[in-house]
Write a protein that binds this ligand. Structure first.
Ligand SMILES: [Zn+2]
Ligand SMILES: [Zn+2]
Length: 449
């Protein structure tokens, strides 16, 4: 059986979810969906018109076709096109939504969706992804990436390539955070081993900003204009209530139209109910610098925030890149403990150097990055090593550089901070060109939790 939907849309339909409903009869074994649209580029535009397809079956969201590939979407019980969850082909009402990320003038855009339903027997054996047993590694510092993509959304590489990359960089953990889908997580998990912990997550990829949700294997709602009319703080709260660790992603990256949705436009979430922000996305650049200043600003406003980093890799690069890896002090190398340590801010970001920020008060209380001390006279200590030539160590107090010194060689230094002199302090290692090599999460000195 074949069903065709056709529509012509204009810029008035930008940032919408255009619904198309069809019935799947009992006995259907395969649903195949193809989307074609034209023009790809509206006249005179540098950026192509961009849309994704979201598909829901009678049980709920089934997957997303984020980067439109030429092979269409295949859904069977045994296996699906990347981006879609395998499972029963349920009879009943199915929904395809055309998600319009970027429709540029002046041309109207015509699209067709061809749905083919088949009841021929599917003889492909189901793909099985056994979850390997991993040896437990105990308390210590672990490093890894919290943000990367695969073929299941818009990356050019598949999950085994991402795993190989993570191992080549010596990561202890790697998250897979595809756009609006968790369909890659079973395979990702099956490739974890004693060397590499695989972590679940996804990237909520809205039209007005992105957020990484970690520690979850559940699909999360990302659409703001469904019938429920969720606000972004409500979507964030739903993700948090389901156990996810919610991180505002790359808030100051260049946005629409160059990168639709990549800039964080939610003025009610700066930071609102978010408690984590990805300040180091990809390599260090003016956008990450700007995001870091947001982070410091929010700390100065009294929010307790955690800074994270993510490679946001979508495929291989010819040259190794200098990414901000998360270095996390966790009770063990497990997903639950890595996420718990991140929530506490027991982490710093680094492209290589070790950067240890600690504090001790006159009454003997001790703290590491992420911790909070009651107001007291305190001594702040920073130790560093594996720094590049010309590196500078910066001691940060309430967002300003309080002191700096050469850090070309490994070293350590301490500073006294009298009671009440500061809300928080942090540490940075910058290269000779001012770019970041490492940045700590803060120690809070005002006793707030
Ligand atoms: Zn993003
Ligand atoms: Zn991303």
């Amino acid at each position: 059986m074949k069903i065709r939907f056709e529509d012509t849309i204009t810029t008035a339909h930008d940032h919408r979810h255009i619904p198309h409903v069809f019935e799947v009869p009992e006995g259907t074994t395969e649903v195949h969906i193809e989307l074609a649209y034209s023009p790809r580029f509206s006249a005179g535009q540098m950026f192509h018109n961009q849309m994704s397809l979201s598909v829901a079956d009678p049980a709920g969201p089934r997957g997303v076709y984020y980067l439109l590939r030429d092979y269409g979407i295949n859904i069977t019980e045994a296996a699906c096109t990347p981006g879609f969850n395998a499972g029963p082909v349920r009879p009943g009402r199915w929904l395809i939504e055309v998600d319009t990320y970027r429709l540029l003038p002046p041309d109207p855009i015509t699209y067709t969706i061809d749905v083919t339903l088949s009841d021929r027997p599917v003889d492909t054996p189901p793909r099985v992804f056994p979850k390997p047993k991993r040896a437990l590694r105990g308390r210590g510092w672990y490093k890894g990436d919290l943000h990367a993509h695969s073929l299941h959304s818009d990356a050019s590489w598949d999950i085994p390539d991402l795993i190989a990359y993570a191992k080549s960089r010596g990561h202890d953990f790697q998250s897979l955070t595809d756009h609006n889908t968790v369909s890659g997580l079973p395979e990702h998990d099956s490739r974890g081993d004693d060397e590499l912990l695989t972590m679940g997550g996804l990237e909520l990829t809205t039209y007005y900003g992105h957020a990484v949700v970690l520690g979850t294997r559940q699909w999360q709602e990302w659409r703001l204009d469904t019938d429920d009319h969720f606000t972004m703080p409500q979507l964030a709260q739903k993700a948090m209530d389901s156990g996810g660790f919610f991180i505002i992603a790359h808030p100051q990256n260049v946005g629409y139209p160059e990168c639709a949705g990549c800039h964080w436009d939610f003025e009610d979430m700066r930071p609102g109910n978010a408690r984590a922000v990805e300040i180091w996305n990809g390599t260090w650049n003016p956008c990450t610098e700007h995001a870091t200043q947001d982070f410091y600003h929010w700390l100065n406003e009294g929010y307790r925030m955690v800074a994270t980093g993510g490679t946001d890799l979508h495929g291989p690069h010819a040259e190794p890149r200098r990414h901000g890896t998360n270095v996390v002090f966790a009770d063990e190398l497990s997903e639950a403990e890595i996420v718990a340590a991140l929530r506490r801010g027991h982490s710093y970001l680094s492209a290589g150097p070790e950067l240890l920020l600690t504090a001790e008060t006159a009454s003997g209380a001790r703290a590491m990055c992420g911790d909070s001390l009651s107001p007291d006279d305190a001594t702040i200590s920073i130790a560093w090593k594996d720094t590049p030539p010309g590196a500078r160590l910066r001691f940060i107090v309430d967002g300003a550089v309080r002191d700096q010194r050469d850090a070309s060689e490994a070293g350590a230094a301490s500073w006294p901070l009298p009671k009440g002199a500061a809300q928080w302090c942090g540490a940075e290692i910058r290269g000779a060109d001012g770019s970041m090599w490492a940045i700590s999460n803060p120690i809070y000195l005002d006793g707030r939790q």
